[in-house]
Design a protein around this ligand. Structure first.
Ligand SMILES: [Zn+2]
Length: 335
């Protein structure tokens, strides 16, 4: 697996003591180095405006570039350097997805700032430009017909959903925690117009973890993606689903995360192993670090020992939600 990263990402600092800090990437890199996995690291040259324009309004892009110092929301601040770093993060996503296409192998983009809360003309939730959506649109523009985006961050990817809500060429499936930030992602919302049925939301209540995610993958994500037959799979990879994370209260263990990643990589055999993981959230740095290193190591046959392996949900607490989602999705997909 190739890893994509730019050290400029460390220069993005929201505010002192903000959870979305450069220490997140530093922790991941240290863990990768410890296990001999900090190799094959690719960098991006510059964030290209033409790629941002695939998703975002020109006025919004200009605002990020020129506002200087301002707040998009209470927790998402723009600084003088934000445009350069956020557009480079989007480029990192594009370059990783293109590398995966050219090499037909998995890739991991250590994108920071994250992206999935950014919509066409807004940023929020620590996000400015929607990295994964920009990568999906770039692939579409360059020959791919269908892209599947799987979003396993604990928060719903409201920006990604909005960008592709009426677009049947991009399948968006999100697992997330019910009724936390940003409040979108109801199980009943399936997209609009020609995109109806190409958005699926699986919102779990607090406490759901390993067994719930295993069943959601087997019973919803896998069968729907197989029927969709994408040219590539892009993954919004958040580790704020972890039981150690303090921003939310799902309970996935480190092993549970690795199992999801392994299943996704296996599923990508339907599209020639074209799968690109893109970092979204994850704020408990020890858990984030061992999980990301574990995912990268697994595709190279390197086992990264996992410390945080408590299984809290072993009875599929989220089964009612999975059944509800399947019942709604069965209008569009066979189960
Ligand atoms: Zn998140």
């Amino acid at each position: 697996m190739a890893t994509f990263y730019n050290e400029e990402f460390l220069g993005h600092i929201q505010e002192p003591f903000h959870p979305e800090s450069p220490e997140r990437l530093k922790g991941i890199i240290q863990m990768l180095q410890r296990h001999g996995l900090w190799k094959d690291v690719m960098t991006s040259k510059i964030g290209k405006l033409e790629n941002l324009l695939l998703v975002h309004d020109e006025n919004y892009i200009d605002f990020i570039k020129t506002c200087g110092e301002c707040n998009l929301t209470m927790d998402t601040r723009v600084h003088h350097e934000t445009y350069d770093i956020a557009s480079l993060s989007a480029q990192c996503a594009v370059d990783a997805a293109v590398w995966s296409k050219e090499h037909t192998k998995p890739a991991f983009a250590l994108t920071r700032p994250p992206g999935h809360h950014a919509g066409p003309a807004y940023g929020m939730g620590f996000c400015y430009f929607n990295n994964i959506s920009i990568a999906a649109r770039y692939l579409r523009k360059h020959g791919d017909k269908k892209i599947a985006i799987i979003d396993e961050d604990v928060h719903h990817g409201n920006g990604t959903q909005e960008i592709f809500k009426d677009d049947p060429s991009v399948l968006y499936i999100s697992t997330h925690q019910l009724e936390i930030f940003p409040g979108t992602g109801k199980v009943t919302y399936v997209g609009e117009g020609p995109g109806e049925g190409f958005t699926l939301n699986i919102p779990f209540q607090s406490g759901c973890g390993d067994s719930t995610f295993d069943v959601a993958f087997a019973e919803v994500i896998k069968p729907v993606v197989e029927q969709f037959e994408p040219d590539a799979i892009l993954v919004s990879w958040g580790v704020d689903t972890h039981y150690r994370d303090t921003l939310a209260s799902l309970t996935l263990s480190s092993q549970g995360h690795l199992r999801q990643a392994a299943e996704l990589v296996r599923l990508s055999e339907i599209c020639g192993k074209r799968i690109t993981f893109m970092l979204e959230g994850g704020y408990d740095i020890p858990a984030l670090s061992e999980v990301v290193a574990g995912v990268i190591g697994a595709t190279d046959g390197v086992e990264v020992p996992q410390e945080f392996t408590d299984v809290i949900d072993n009875s599929c607490l989220g089964r009612p939600t999975i059944l509800r989602c399947k019942s709604i999705a069965s209008q569009y997909w066979d189960f």
